[in-house]
Design a protein around this ligand. Sequence first.
Ligand SMILES: *[C@@H]1O[C@H](CO)[C@@H](O)[C@H](O)[C@H]1NC(C)=O
Ligand SMILES: *[C@@H]1O[C@H](CO)[C@@H](O)[C@H](O)[C@H]1NC(C)=O
Length: 187
Amino acid sequence: MKLHCVVVTLAMSHVAAAESTTVPLNITALSSRAGYSVIECWQLSSVPAAYMAAVNYAVGNTTVATWSRIEPRTTVGEAWAPHIQLSVVLNGLIRITAPAPVADGPDASMCLQDHPGRKERPDTRVFYAMPGTLRSSVLIAADLKSASTLAGHFTEFPSDEPTVLIQIPFVDDKAPAQTVLHEGPCL
Ligand SMILES: *[C@@H]1O[C@H](CO)[C@@H](O)[C@H](O)[C@H]1NC(C)=O
Ligand SMILES: *[C@@H]1O[C@H](CO)[C@@H](O)[C@H](O)[C@H]1NC(C)=O
């Protein structure tokens, strides 16, 4: 009886998978290009499968998840991904600028222009990570310091509330298979 049920479930999920939408998953990512951290929209190669009454996307093999709480109105400054990881924002707001502004101005946030001496510097983009929508609340951080050698990203937590996020590193710093849809955050 138990075996029979398993077979029926598999058969049903196979049918559901065949009929399910194959809309790909797009996630805003911090990546590295020519030594600079950049914000990109990644389209995961993961093909969704329908089971457990859901459309399921494999995101990758992950290690120990961390729940993090950042105090209101915190400016971290220039930062890099500590690991290649998925971050899910549960509360508050993260303002991410990449590449990090050139730090020789009186106010880094007013210094978003390209550095005149570095023509290869990518355009500066801003992403507001916050709860609310799939697009806004999930981020892949993949700009390791070893790759973003010229500039990392710039991180601020401007909210009046604490920012709470879950950080889920990928095994061996292996990002999920993807293609880059476009520069800047996913639209
Ligand atoms: C991902 O982006 C593609 C191309 O812009 C779009 O067709 C698709 O609907 C997006 N996926 C989701 C889940 O929004
Ligand atoms: C996850 O780990 C399993 C077992 O080691 C491996 O077969 C699979 O390819 C890995 N998946 C990814 C996306 O790395």
